[in-house]
Design a protein around this ligand. Structure first.
Ligand SMILES: [Zn+2]
Length: 400
């Protein structure tokens, strides 16, 4: 009797637990819809003005850096990539990085920082990660240290002062509200960078959705290996589409990741570009709720327009002293203009080109752009030609 009662009670408890679990799951199950907007193309006149500017910068770079491997035409993305991927066997621009690091060495004033650079470069013998003998992890370790050095040390001379890249960013865009920014390595990609930038508002929003919060906690120190370990098939699929888009939705913090193949001179523009993405996100709410769906919405065209304008504006004072820094940006935009003009980097940079190419007012335009509701609104406000949206909306759905 006792055992029967026990069985009955146990059964009751188990069924209650199972029922409760199912109910809890039913309550908590939801879809996260990630929207990144439709592709766009700038109008032909803006595109051709931008292309003309890029060809002028190309000629100037070739004059200032005679050894530069920078063709006028690119056959394919692989061809484009081989000019910047320092770990590619076809890479021919090592001299660019040596020249850049020599100047950095000359412009440093702190003995400690000079010593650190001498150590990192082995007194000028190491300019890129592939110069390091050993396995890929020692090359990755070297590039992380080099990228962090270029972000934190005071190698920039401006108005008689010595600034770090981090300080130059803050001086150009003083109202940025994030305090710290970490730099990490994104291994196993040929040449790419990404960022995480959850705002306080978004963090508060996700705290109402425990399964989403669990995923975000899992990525506290974003490890690209962990993406496949969440057990969510739809997240796994999303990751396969583009792992670089995962941290900006799921990483709680401000951090950028660069592949080890990004050489020191190219890393400067890349880092500032990624910080531009963070500056856009950090005061916004990208998450909203609509019926039973959570929506993460961010327009890639606005996003890349900001990032491109951000690095152009911040790094303009360095153009004369450090032409090496401009190479990867001019190469990327020239190549995209030829191979894929609908890419948000090229379409966005072309659409706002006339404001940002030469104007002393570009920091002011940049601050406006950071607050813009949409790229269309910003273009209209400045009486610029509108972009034309094309193609399907870029969306993904993750079921929890
Ligand atoms: Zn970007």
């Amino acid at each position: 009797m006792k055992s029967k009662l026990f069985l009955l009670l146990s059964f009751g408890t188990v069924s209650f637990m199972v029922f409760g679990l199912v109910n809890a799951q039913a309550r908590e199950s939801f879809k996260l819809r990630i929207e990144r907007g439709r592709l766009a193309r700038a109008d032909l006149e803006s595109e051709s003005q931008h292309e003309f500017y890029l060809s002028e910068r190309r000629s100037l770079l070739r004059t200032k850096i005679p050894s530069l491997d920078f063709p006028n035409k690119f056959d394919s993305f692989e061809d484009l990539l081989s000019r910047v991927n320092t770990q590619s066997t076809d890479y021919r621009n090592r001299g660019l990085h040596c020249q850049f690091l020599n100047k950095v060495r000359d412009d440093l004033v702190s003995e400690k920082e000079i010593e650190l650079l001498e150590w990192l470069t082995d007194h000028g013998r190491i300019c890129i990660a592939s110069d390091i003998s050993g396995d890929s992890s020692s090359q990755a370790g070297w590039s992380t240290e080099m990228h962090q050095f270029l972000w934190k040390s005071k190698w920039i001379r401006k108005y008689g002062a010595n600034l770090s890249l981090s300080e130059l960013v803050r001086e150009t865009v003083p109202n940025m509200t994030f305090e710290t920014m970490d730099i990490g390595t994104w291994p196993d990609v040929p040449f790419d960078a990404t960022y995480g930038s959850m705002s306080q508002k978004d963090f508060e929003f996700v705290s109402n959705f425990p399964p989403l919060q669990t995923i975000i906690k899992l990525f506290d120190d974003f490890d690209f290996e962990k993406v496949g370990q969440t057990g969510l098939e739809s997240l796994d699929q999303y990751t396969r589409q583009h792992v670089g888009h995962v941290p900006d939705v799921f990483f709680n913090g401000t951090k950028i990741w660069l592949s080890p193949s990004i050489g020191p001179a190219d890393a400067v523009d890349t880092m500032v570009h990624e910080v531009g993405h963070i500056a856009l996100d950090i005061n916004r709410s990208n998450f909203t709720k609509s019926n039973e769906q959570i929506i993460y919405s961010k327009d890639r065209v606005l996003d890349e327009t900001v990032a491109e304008s951000f690095s152009l504006t911040v790094l303009r004072p360095l153009q004369d002293r450090y032409p090496e820094i401009e190479f990867s940006k001019v190469l990327k935009l020239s190549g995209l203009g030829q191979l894929k003009p609908t890419d948000p980097h090229f379409a966005g940079a072309s659409s706002v080109h006339s404001l940002f190419a030469s104007s002393d007012d570009s920091p002011r335009y940049l601050r406006e752009l950071l607050k813009a509701k949409s790229i269309e609104e910003f273009l209209e406000h400045h009486r610029l030609r509108q972009i034309v949206r094309i193609g399907e909306e870029d969306t993904a759905e993750i079921a929890f």
